[in-house]
Design a binder for this molecule. Structure first.
Ligand code: GTB
Length: 217
């Protein structure tokens, strides 16, 4: 049975790879598992067939035979546990990698999402200009801490793992903000992630669907 994931019929990011199906695609590419993609529209995401798979009406989802999952972190952890290549064999190293997976999603990503929401959804509010520096500072604080811990290492804890896959994916959202520029080791970390052949395949696959097509005029 081929693994099936869901993705936006057309991602609002126009192919920048920021929608979360890219994380799942990347994980599947790293472990060498073939997969198919079912594209869903915003309307279809809120309809009963999709809600049965994803209670919050979002992408991505993951189906493999009898198993249906939602939540990107859980899907990536499942792939990493089921197939070799994304988690270390040593039990303690594995636990540390899983800890970093949670840190990426629960500690580093929330202020980054807050920043994205502030920029996208609050730009017309009278308090927007006053709030933005506060939100940016919260992101900077996390980046400072992450940068200090990463130091000169290639990856978060030994070899590349699902933790790096998620942390790089989370940081990619900041690429255009300029906030990473003060942290050369994080920029290099992102570049290492993006250079992985599995990431490049995942990125190219989503781009093939989402690239903004020229209008011809
Ligand atoms: N916690 C869930 C998970 O990790 O799987 C969150 C899933 C989620 O946010 N899904 C989004 C979604 O389905 C797509 S990825 N949204 C539609 C809806 O809620 O109705 C988030 C996302 C969307 C768009 C961009 N972008 O355009 O840059 C980036 C990220």
């Amino acid at each position: 049975m081929t693994i099936t994931i869901t993705a936006f019929e057309r991602s609002p990011d126009g192919g920048r790879g920021l929608a979360r199906d890219t994380r799942v695609r990347w994980a599947l590419e790293e472990v060498g598992q073939p997969y198919q993609v079912r594209l869903v529209s915003f309307r279809a995401m809120k309809e009963p067939a999709h809600l049965a798979l994803h209670p919050f009406g979002q992408i991505p989802t993951y189906e493999d035979g009898d198993l249906a999952l939602f939540e990107t972190g859980s899907i990536v952890l499942h792939i990493a546990e089921r197939y070799a290549g994304l988690l270390p064999d040593d039990a303690n190293a594995r636990a540390r990698a899983i800890t970093w997976m949670f840190a990426a999603l629960n500690t580093v990503e929330p202020p980054i999402l807050e920043l994205a929401n502030a920029a996208l959804l609050e730009a017309d509010k009278p308090w927007h200009d006053e709030r933005m520096p506060l939100v940016e500072d919260r992101v900077r604080d996390r980046l400072k801490q992450l940068s200090a811990r990463l130091g000169g290492a290639d990856w978060l804890d030994g070899a590349f793992s699902a933790a790096d896959l998620l942390m790089v994916s989370v940081l990619l959202r900041l690429k255009s903000s300029g906030l990473l520029d003060a942290f050369p080791n994080l920029l290099a970390y992102l570049a290492r992630g993006e250079a992985r052949p599995a990431y490049r395949r995942a990125f190219a696959a989503q781009l093939a669907i989402n690239a903004v097509k020229p209008t011809g005029d």
